[in-house]
Every structure is written in structure tokens, then in C-alpha cells.
Design a protein around this ligand. Structure first.
Ligand code: AMP
Length: 450
């Protein structure tokens, strides 16, 4: 075996380049929990990416791409040893050296990589806050089910360098606007909470530990363990037995320090100012260790399942320092793209099919084909999407394909047209044809496309 997933202790072998036995059976499907995105689905993905890119640009977020493989320690230290993501779901891919520090994983999330890059490239000297965004695949070795994949795409925004509550509120509002633009703002609920800072966290932990220790026998097995390692997480356990303890559980907001309370109040006021609707959720803690103060989640309004979270984020004021940088406040958010695509599909959101072939070039005979490729070259230069079937030799079969591809127009250059240096423009919807000189073909076509 070359590598193993799941838990760190299983990392035994280096990445190997040795060839495997020739007898291995061919498996003709993607790995469990991973998906192909076929051309017919790309339209929604394009739509989503376009909105992300546009909003990043409008709001001054610059793209960053970090490696898909990172050292395991980046997540162990940052995301947190006691979190599900690190404890159970890491995709180990081996080591690039001999020591424990050399263990490599497929990234389960992008924020630690971005924080690492902030330190590594001295972004502290850039204008603050540094605003970065990303899209890309993440990997979690979890049990796959509806809405839960082992490889899934996230997009995210990170604003590093501002402690101001208005920054949190702008990030949430910007994310909300993305859902508005997609026509989904009515389908989501924004939940928000504060989980305090390094100063008041010990107090919160103590109050929670006291409460849950008194009721330990009612906790699920995972929470009995979490009580020692990560008591905050007890608040978002979905097990029935633990849920029953929630109503009496101490509220975080009653136990945070004055500065955190003020910060949270300000975040809410700035959200009100931008007319962003939200629900206060006293039990929202999120699953990653580095969060401080504001935490929030965008969930599907119509879905009660565990996979109803579309995205979430919060402040991580201590992460950069934890990684050895100077103390730097930050706030970020990440969204699961498959879950948003699924919602777009479910809500039957209409998306203009921009990339569909607009023009299909039909040719007949040697001279016709030569002129057809020249026309295609001109179409490319004019950025008019076009396609042809150059190996097909009957007009009928080519027109059939044009129809199948949903082409708006066909340009036909047969033997006669090739001799006359003309072309037929066929309106595929109306069935009307017009013969034009090839010299004015593009001009004519552009008029029609308009
Ligand atoms: P997180 O990084 O855990 O805060 O997750 C942010 C978002 O990523 C979630 O709200 C989901 O939309 C998405 N996500 C997280 N894990 C998965 C998964 N295993 N499969 C699909 N989407 C996921």
C-alpha cells in the first residue's frame, strides 16, 4: 500500500514511484465520493464562477491559488487536532521526507494555506486589509452521502488585517449579494453568533465543561470525548441525546468579555445597516478551531439535514500569530460549490446558455472545406462561438448535428458556393436561408446575431 487516509498514525510509507503490479484490476469509475462534472452541467458552474469573479473584482478581492497538497501540520496546528476534519478526515498522501513533519495531505480547506502564504510573502507590508479569494477542490475523507463528497469545490474570501466589525459585516453582506444575484436569497438563512476571544474563551470553556460534566452520562460517545478535547463543539452536536441538553446549556454570549460583546453588537448593527437578514444562533460554533468572535453560516432554508450548510466562516484573529506571524486579525468565509449548484438546479434557476455554439459551419467538397476552415478562423478572430464537423461529408448529417447542438445559424459552403465565393446563412430557428458573398459574410452574420 502506498498511502492511507484518515488518521495520521497510519502514515507509514513515503510516496512511492515504483510501478504497481501489472495484475491490478481496472476500476472504471471515479474514486468514492468524487464526481465528474460533465459538459451539460458546466453552464451552472460557469454561472457561479462568473458571479464569484465579478463580486471579487467589484469588492477588491484578488485571486490566490495555493497548492492542493500541503504539510499535514498546517491543518493540525491551525484547523485543530480535535476537529473532525483533522482527526478523522485527512487525505494523507505520504511523506516527502523521513520525519513526522514531512507528512503531506490533500488540503481539506484553504484558509490555512492562505494564512501561510500571508506570512511567507510578507503580505503584512501590503496595504491592509489584504483581500484574497480562491476557488478550488478540497478533500475530506468522510463517509460519502448526499451533499457530502470526498472531493468538493469551495470558493472563499479572506480579509486579513482588519479587526473592525464592519469588515465582518461587509463580508457577510457581499456573500449575501452573491446569493441575491443567483436568485437564491429567499432560499437561505444566515445564522450568526460570537464565540469570544482568547481572553474570554477559558471562561466559556469552564462554564460549558461544568454544565456538561454534570450531564455526562447523557452525552453521545463523541461528545464524551469532546468534553475533554473541544467542549465548544458540544453545542453543535446533532445527536438527539446531546440536542436535549441544549435548551439548558449556558449561552456563549452571556459569558464573553465586554470587548467581544461590543464587537458582536457592532457586526449586527452594520448588517442591519445593509439590510442583511440574519438569525441569532446561540449554539453556532462551527467545526474549526481557529475561529474567534464572529461565526456565521449560510444554510438552506428548506433543508433540515446535516448537509444543509452552504457555507460559513468567521474571524480568525489568532491564526497568523499561531503560525509564527505577527498578531493579525482576519475574517473569512468559504462556500461549498456543489451544494450551491444543487440548489440552483432544485430551484430551477434559469441560466443563459452563453457558451452554446452559436454558428455551425457546414461544408461540402474539397474547396468547400478549405473555405470553411478559413471562415472558422475568421469567426474565432471575431470571437463568435462556432463549431463544425469537418469529417462529415453530407450536408444533411451536418445540419442534423447543428440542430442537436442548438446552433442559432448555420453557414453552408457547398461546391457551388465555393466556386462563387459565396456562403448560405441558414437561420436554424426560422428555416430561412440567405446567400451572401464571403467577403461580407462576417458583417452580415454579426448583424443577425445582434
Ligand atoms: P467548512 O470548510 O467546513 O466551513 O465548510 C464550508 C462549506 O463547504 C460547507 O458549508 C459546505 O457547503 C462545503 N462542504 C464542506 N464539506 C463538504 C463535503 N464533504 N462535501 C461537500 N461540500 C462540503
Amino acid at each position: 500500500m502506498f498511502w492511507q487516509f484518515g488518521r495520521r498514525k497510519k502514515v507509514e510509507k513515503k510516496l512511492s514511484t515504483e510501478p504497481r503490479s501489472k495484475k491490478v484490476k481496472l476500476v472504471m469509475q471515479p474514486p468514492r465520493g468524487m464526481k465528474d462534472v460533465l459538459p451539460e452541467e458546466q453552464n451552472r458552474w460557469r454561472f457561479l464562477k462568473k458571479i464569484i469573479n465579478r463580486n471579487a473584482e467589484i469588492n477588491g478581492y484578488e485571486r490566490i491559488d495555493t497548492p492542493i497538497v500541503e504539510y499535514a501540520s498546517l491543518f493540525e496546528k491551525g484547523t485543530g487536532e480535535g476537529t473532525d476534519v483533522v482527526e478523522k478526515e485527512m487525505f494523507f498522501v505520504g511523506r516527502d521526507g523521513d520525519s513526522e513533519e514531512d507528512a503531506l495531505v490533500l488540503r481539506p480547506e484553504a484558509t490555512p494555506g492562505v494564512a501561510r502564504a500571508y506570512i511567507e510573502y510578507g503580505m503584512r507590508t501590503w496595504a491592509q486589509p489584504v483581500q484574497l479569494f480562491y476557488t478550488g477542490p478540497m478533500f475530506r475523507y468522510d463517509r460519502p452521502q448526499a451533499g457530502r463528497l470526498r472531493q468538493f469545490y469551495q470558493f472563499g474570501f479572506e480579509s486579513i488585517g482588519s479587526p473592525d466589525p464592519a469588515t465582518d459585516a461587509r463580508l457577510i453582506s457581499m456573500s449575501y449579494n452573491i446569493f441575491k444575484e443567483m436568485g437564491l436569497s429567499q432560499k437561505i438563512i444566515i445564522k450568526i453568533n460570537t464565540i469570544g476571544c482568547a481572553k474570554c474563551r477559558p471562561n466559556i470553556i469552564e462554564v460549558l465543561t461544568n454544565y456538561y460534566s454534570r450531564n455526562e452520562e447523557l452525552l453521545c460517545d463523541d461528545c464524551k470525548r469532546r468534553l475533554q478535547t473541544n467542549p465548544l463543539r458540544l453545542l453543535d452536536c446533532k445527536e438527539k441525546s446531546c440536542q436535549r441538553l441544549l435548551s439548558e446549556a449556558p449561552q456563549i454570549i452571556d459569558n464573553v468579555c465586554g470587548a467581544c460583546k461590543d464587537h458582536f453588537k457592532n457586526v449586527l448593527e452594520f448588517l442591519d445597516e445593509q439590510e442583511v437578514p440574519y438569525d441569532l444562533d446561540a449554539h453556532l460554533v462551527r467545526g474549526l478551531d481557529y475561529y474567534t468572535r464572529t461565526t456565521f453560516e449560510f444554510i438552506r432554508a428548506d433543508d433540515e439535514s446535516r448537509q444543509n450548510s452552504l457555507g460559513g466562516g468567521g474571524r480568525y484573529d489568532d491564526l497568523i500569530e499561531l503560525y509564527g506571524g505577527q498578531s493579525t486579525p482576519a475574517v473569512g468565509v468559504s462556500f461549498g460549490m456543489e451544494r450551491i449548484i444543487e440548489l440552483l438546479k432544485r430551484e430551477k434557476i434559469k441560466i443563459a446558455d452563453e457558451a452554446r455554439v452559436k454558428v455551425f459551419v457546414v461544408q461540402l467538397g474539397e474547396a468547400g472545406k478549405k473555405q470553411a476552415v478559413s471562415v472558422m478562423d475568421q469567426l474565432q478572430k471575431e470571437k463568435i462561438p462556432s463549431q463544425a464537423a469537418l469529417s462529415k461529408s453530407t450536408i444533411k448529417s451536418q445540419l442534423k448535428m447543428a440542430d442537436k447542438l442548438g446552433a442559432r445559424f448555420a453557414i453552408i459552403i457547398g461546391q457551388k458556393e465555393a466556386m462563387d465565393k459565396t456562403a448560405i446563412i441558414r437561420d436554424m430557428k426560422e428555416g430561412i436561408q440567405e446567400v451572401v458573398d464571403q467577403e461580407i459574410l462576417i458583417v452580415k452574420l454579426k448583424e443577425k446575431i445582434k
